[in-house]
Each structure stands twice: as C-alpha cells, then as structure tokens.
Design a protein around this ligand. Structure first.
Ligand code: HEC
Ligand code: HEC
Ligand code: HEC
Ligand code: HEC
Ligand code: HEC
Ligand code: HEC
Ligand code: HEC
Length: 286
C-alpha cells in the first residue's frame, strides 16, 4: 500500500512529523507523538491499522502542507468504500440496516479507537439508543421488560448490519400476526425458551398460561388455521403490562383493540376490546 509517492508527500508534512516518520522508517508512526495526535492508539480498543501505524491507507496526502494548510489529506475512499478496501462487504443479506445501506459505518464505529469493543462509539444498547430514542423510552418506562433487552443485549436478537430475516433478526420470527403453526417459524424465541410451551395441548409444567392443564399457548398458537404469533400478545422488548403483554392487539385493518391482562397468583383475566372477560386458573380450571 505504501508507495514512493507517499514518501514524497511525507516530505511536505510538518517538520516534526516528518522527522519522526523518517526516523521510524517506512511507517506513519511519526504522525503520533507527544506533539501530534498524542492520544491516537491509547484507547482500550484500537483498530488494527492504527496499531500498525498505518494512517496512510485511509488518509492520503494531497501535497498541501500539514498542518499549516487545510486539506492536506483526503480519505482514500468515501463512506463504506473506505472500509471495504480491507473488509468484506456488509449488508448482503435480505434485510439491511439503514445506516449500513447508506454506507455510514462511522455512525457506529470509530475508525481509530474506542473504549468499547469493536471500536463501537457507545456501549451496548446505548449505541442503538443514539438513533432509536423510542426504544430508550421503552427501556425506562415499562411494567415488564424482557431479560435480554433489560441487559442491553440487543445483539441477542438483532444483527447490527443485516440479516436474512425481517427486522434484522438473528433467527426466524414471523412478520405476520396469524399463521399456520410450525416451531421453525419461531426459532428466535425457541433458541432461549423451550418449544414445549406450545407443543402439548395438556400440561401442568410447560407454561403458566394454562387453565387447569389446558395449555393456552397451545390453544392460541399451535393451529393449522390462523394460529396466533407471539407478537399478537407479547412485545419482544418491554410492555406496560406484566409478562411482556401488549396493551393493544391488532384488529381489522389498522384498528388496535385494547387488551388488558390482570394476573392473580394462580392465573389471570384477559379483556379484549369489549368482549367479555376470559379467565384462566392453573389450579382450579375456569
Ligand atoms: C481505517 C481508516 C483510517 C485509518 C487507518 C486512520 N484514520 Fe484517521 N480518520 C478516518 C476517518 C473515516 C476519519 C473521519 C473523517 C471525516 O469525518 O471526514 C478520520 C479522521 C481523522 C482525524 C480528524 C479528527 C477526528 O478524529 O475525526 C485525524 C486527526 C485523524 N483521522 C488522524 C489519523 C491518524 C494520525 C492515523 C494513523 C495513526 C489515522 N487517522 C488512521 C479513518 C482512518
Ligand atoms: C487498511 C485496512 C483497513 C481498513 C481501511 C479498515 N479496516 Fe477495520 N480492520 C482491519 C484489520 C487488519 C482488522 C483486524 C483483523 C480483523 O478483525 O478483521 C480490522 C478490524 C476491524 C474491526 C473489528 C475489531 C475487533 O475488535 O475485532 C472493526 C469493527 C473494523 N475493523 C471496522 C472498520 C471500519 C468501520 C472501517 C471503515 C471506517 C474499517 N474497519 C476500515 C483493517 C482495516
Ligand atoms: C448500527 C451500528 C452499526 C453500523 C452502522 C455498522 N456496524 Fe459494524 N458492528 C456493529 C456492532 C454492534 C458490532 C459487534 C457485533 C458483534 O460483536 O456481534 C459490529 C461489528 C463489526 C465488525 C467485526 C465483526 C464482524 O461482524 O465482522 C466489522 C468488521 C464491522 N462491524 C464493520 C462494519 C462496516 C464495514 C460497516 C459499514 C458498512 C459497519 N460495520 C456498520 C454495529 C454497526
Ligand atoms: C446511526 C443511527 C442508527 C443506529 C446507531 C442504530 N440504528 Fe437501527 N435503524 C436506523 C434507521 C434510520 C432505521 C430505519 C428507520 C426505522 O425503522 O427507524 C433503523 C431500523 C432498525 C430496525 C428495523 C429494521 C427493519 O427492517 O425494519 C432494527 C431492528 C434496528 N434498527 C435495530 C438497531 C439496533 C439493535 C441497533 C444497535 C446495535 C441500532 N438499530 C442502531 C438507524 C440506526
Ligand atoms: C428477545 C429478542 C429481542 C431483543 C433482545 C431485542 N429485540 Fe428488537 N425486535 C425483536 C423482534 C422480534 C422484533 C420484531 C417485532 C415485531 O415483528 O413485532 C424487533 C424489532 C425491533 C425494531 C423495529 C421496530 C419496528 O416496529 O419495526 C427495533 C428498532 C428494535 N427491535 C431495536 C432493538 C433494540 C435497540 C434492542 C436492545 C435495546 C432490541 N431491539 C432488543 C426482538 C428483540
Ligand atoms: C436471548 C434469549 C432469549 C430470547 C431469544 C427470547 N427470550 Fe424470552 N426470556 C428470556 C429470559 C432470560 C427470560 C426471563 C427468564 C424466564 O422467564 O425464562 C425471558 C422471559 C420471557 C417472558 C416472560 C416475561 C416476564 O415478565 O416474566 C416472555 C413472555 C418471553 N420471554 C417471550 C419471548 C418471546 C415471544 C421471544 C421471541 C420473540 C423470546 N422471549 C425470545 C430470554 C430470551
Ligand atoms: C393469546 C396471547 C398469547 C400468545 C399468542 C402467546 N403468549 Fe406467551 N403468554 C401469554 C400470557 C397471558 C402469559 C402469562 C401467563 C401467566 O403467567 O399467567 C404468557 C407467558 C409466556 C411466557 C412466560 C412463561 C410461561 O409460559 O408462563 C413465555 C416465555 C411466553 N409466554 C412465550 C411465548 C411465545 C414464545 C409465544 C409464541 C410462540 C407466545 N408466548 C404466544 C399470552 C400469549
């Protein structure tokens, strides 16, 4: 990568930078000294080319004097193309994250270094909240929050770049609310929860969502015709009711039907829209 042209250009750099560079030989270590960019490479997670003092792969000297003149360097390529000089292209899968699509890699990654792994600009969920502030509100205000969400582990379910499943999901999960049941459709959830919650019509152990031993997960989800997806009832992140239960469920068209769940020690009561309340009890079937 380093060319003779670069050495000529280096001659135009600030004297101090030049002297150091010359002393160090063919690399750009002169660009980092107590006088110039002293913090470069000192953070906890440093990008490999910084560690190898390779500034010029990305910053190409234009011939103007640095730092006396503006525009002494230009980037070797713009946007994601700069990264793709060395990395495999991201975003080849079906669903692509908007900032990846637009080549804005540096919205999440610092090109040089960071206190966080993978040179990320923020830690854990905070990175995501810089753009998804609605999610942050959900994080702060809820009655129940999903354990991995609460831990800020967005990556347990999402790929930050792209995925073959909708919504950047790491595994399969239906986009639709109603579908014929197959455990394969819910591999995302069943990666952590046992699919037994929806496998057996009768059980006294696999789920708390049952009336006596009648499994209400089975009844709602495990159907050939119009089985309900988890998302009819649960929000995967957090909710204003217990057990990640949503406050509204989809009705006809864009109509949202209010959905109330009241829990008791041994069961609960669901009120859907203006239908009459339906109760379940694990000990005394209703
Ligand atoms: C992997 C590519 C890459 C490498 C290697 C690299 N940089 Fe950068 N650098 C960038 C990008 C991208 C920017 C942001 C430019 C912009 O926003 O216009 C940048 C910006 C800068 C800036 C402007 C201030 C700032 O931090 O945003 C300085 C100074 C800088 N780099 C110094 C260096 C030095 C010194 C080295 C070598 C030790 C180096 N860079 C190596 C990609 C790189
Ligand atoms: C000059 C080559 C080069 C360029 C250009 C480059 N990288 Fe890298 N990058 C590397 C090398 C080498 C590694 C270390 C080996 C690896 O993990 O693939 C690395 C590692 C990484 C890592 C993983 C760090 C870790 O902790 O494992 C991330 C994230 C990354 N680069 C992001 C970027 C982004 C974003 C850009 C564009 C702004 C970029 N890189 C441009 C060479 C480059
Ligand atoms: C929305 C934030 C975000 C954007 C935008 C983003 N990344 Fe990442 N990237 C991440 C996160 C988070 C990880 C850590 C993933 C992990 O550890 O599982 C990561 C990991 C990486 C890695 C190391 C592991 C791997 O998957 O290869 C590379 C290389 C990388 N990103 C390059 C890029 C490039 C190139 C772009 C631009 C096309 C980009 N990233 C855009 C958030 C982002
Ligand atoms: C630089 C801004 C930015 C950051 C940081 C960011 N996102 Fe996004 N994300 C967007 C934009 C823009 C969209 C598209 C519009 C929308 O749905 O809000 C999007 C959409 C999404 C979607 C929906 C994708 C779809 O197919 O509908 C998911 C899921 C997502 N982001 C997850 C994350 C996660 C997880 C993180 C943290 C690792 C994150 N985002 C960080 C900007 C960002
Ligand atoms: C347990 C898995 C899981 C975790 C953890 C998780 N998500 Fe999601 N996320 C999903 C699912 C599933 C969807 C699709 C929702 C749907 O189809 O109803 C989704 C959708 C999204 C969307 C798109 C919203 C929309 O309505 O289109 C964004 C943005 C998002 N998640 C961000 C995040 C962020 C940020 C975090 C971490 C704070 C996170 N997610 C953690 C499973 C998860
Ligand atoms: C990365 C692992 C992981 C994934 C993926 C996951 N969960 Fe969870 N979930 C947990 C953990 C951990 C708990 C808390 C302990 C428990 O109850 O098993 C939990 C609890 C729950 C609860 C009970 C919440 C409460 O307040 O008691 C519901 C409902 C739930 N998950 C639904 C889902 C759905 C729906 C999916 C798929 C979209 C899913 N989970 C995917 C790890 C996961
Ligand atoms: C018809 C609404 C509905 C649907 C659809 C639904 N759930 Fe539930 N789920 C509930 C209710 C209500 C509870 C709380 C039961 C209790 O504790 O009284 C619950 C509880 C849970 C729990 C906590 C442990 C347990 O079983 O008691 C998990 C995990 C869970 N659901 C996962 C899922 C997954 C995964 C799907 C999709 C495959 C799904 N649910 C579909 C209503 C539903």
């Amino acid at each position: 990568m380093r060319s003779a042209g670069l050495h000529i250009a280096a001659g135009l750099l600030l004297a101090l930078c030049f002297l150091n560079a010359a002393a160090a030989g063919a690399d750009d270590s002169g660009c980092v000294s107590t006088a110039c960019h002293p913090d470069m490479g000192k953070d906890r997670f440093v990008h490999a080319p910084i560690l190898s003092h390779d500034c010029s792969s990305c910053h190409v000297a234009t011939g103007k004097r640095h730092p006396a003149e503006k525009g002494a360097f230009t980037l070797a390529a713009s946007g994601a193309k700069l990264c793709y000089m060395c990395h495999e292209e991201k975003g080849r899968e079906k669903s692509v994250h908007a900032p990846v699509e637009s080549g804005d890699c540096t919205s999440c990654h610092d090109p040089h270094q960071s206190p966080y792994r993978r040179q990320l600009k923020e830690f854990g969920a905070q990175l995501c909240f810089t753009c998804h502030d609605g999610m942050e509100r959900m994080f702060k205000e809820n009655r129940s929050a999903h354990a991995p969400f609460l831990e800020g582990d967005c990556l347990a379910c999402h790929d930050p770049h792209s995925s073959d499943f909708g919504k950047l999901l790491a595994s399969s999960y239906p986009g639709e609310y109603y579908l014929s049941y197959s455990p394969d459709s819910y591999r995302l959830c069943f990666g952590c929860h046992s699919s037994d919650i929806a496998t057996y019509r009768r059980t006294t152990v696999d789920t708390g969502f049952r009336n006596g031993d009648i499994n209400l997960h089975y009844i709602h989800v495990n159907r050939v015709d119009k089985g309900r997806s988890c998302k009819v009832c649960h929000d995967p992140h957090a909710a204003q009711q217990y057990k990640l239960v949503k406050s509204n469920i989809p009705g006809f068209g864009k109509w949202l039907v209010p959905f109330k769940l009241k829990l008791t020690k041994t069961g609960g009561t669901c009120i859907v829209g203006c239908h009459k309340p339906q109760s379940y009890d694990r000990e005394q079937a209703r």
